[in-house]
Design a binder for this molecule. Sequence first.
Ligand code: ZN
Length: 465
Amino acid sequence: MKKEEDFSEWYNEIVELANLTDKRYPIKGMNVWTPYGWKIMRHIDTFIRQECDVTGHDEVCFPLLIPETEFQKEKDHIKGFDAEVYWVTHAGLNELDIKLLLRPTSETAMYPIFALWVRSHSDLPLKTYQIVNTFRYETKMTRAFIRVREIHFFESHTCHVDYDDAQRQVEEDFVILEQIMKRLCLPYLLLKRTDWDKFPGAFYTVGVDTLMPEGKSLQLGSIHHYKENFSRPYDIKYEAADGSMKYCHQTTFGMSERLLGAVVGVHGDDKGLALPPEIAPFQVVIIPILAKGKVEAVSAEAQKLKQELAAAGIRVVLDDKDERPGSKFYNWEIKGVPLRLELGMRDIEGGKVSYAVRLDGRKGTFDRGQVVAQVKETLETIVKQMQEGAKERMFGRIQTIESADTIPSKVVRFGWCGDPECGHAFEQKTELKLLGTPYTGENFKGKCIICGKETDKAAYAARAM
Ligand code: ZN
């Protein structure tokens, strides 16, 4: 499995070998979460919940089915999702008068109810989120976690008194995002999408993109300001302090199991997964090195070590199966456990514990008496190393170009005057997707790559995954 040679093949092989998912379920693109994959996803979900909860969002859970009549209220939204929707047409033996669809996202499920919940300005802001499965009929080739038809999905939906308050929510979403991405050690770009690529129904969309090793971009999430685009058709209005009725301004923030796909793609290597310690189901694996006549003594000491680490809140597994240590090393490397501890008679006698770091293979010994503190410190170092390494690799894949005639096999950054005509011309000429312009100001001075006009705006483009 060579990651650099054939990323696609490497990715497919790794998710199978690490047993993150079972793709044998008899519906294409609807995969089974295995215990190991689900453990990782649960950690990610836990971080999302924590960040949403501390910022005053309430978790809700809306029905999976949406009546066609509600779905049809916002015209751009329907146009954007029409071709991707799964329909329920029968209930038992009866054909339904009003067809039902499986949520592709939950605006049209939530907003008729938000119209009932929001009455007065004192009900605002309304800040909700849910983590549920959504369904989209993907016609492109499916890929575990990255392009699936049943999607493990996070979505926050908020209502506000006016544009500015909704704008503040967008800014808060960036903070929430940063907290989560730090723990996943994933670098990303925040790019304001072009008007022709924004979310169906949004006023504007900010895409969260990371870059995959083969130089393609992967959208990990998106944050939208809806203005009144949904509150008008769904009649979400409130009585202002002066007694007048006003429509809410709304935002959403969505992310999915793609986060896990990105972790696999960004951090993994030819040996398998490399998991960031914060989401690793097991942060440490202990492998006893059992020599004849010493089995009991070593096993007992390994058990003790495991209990000490577990008591300190470290997620640890003791692999005492009857297998050769070499094959155990190999298996836990595939699974991406950040830190391996080895304990043999010689270690015990010397008051040491041997270790190996999954990320870079470095080895050494901890003092038995200090092992808890040293393990914790090492895990923290690994987090920093993963954050910095991934960032360096991502920015190394971005190349600033001044002409659209020859395009490197990388993600490109270039001047764009912002005129849609120049944008379309660029996309046509290069066959790249224009990802958008940096949401937060980025110093740039140059010329529009198409029309040559002076511009201080940079744009990014890539092949999308
Ligand atoms: Zn131009």
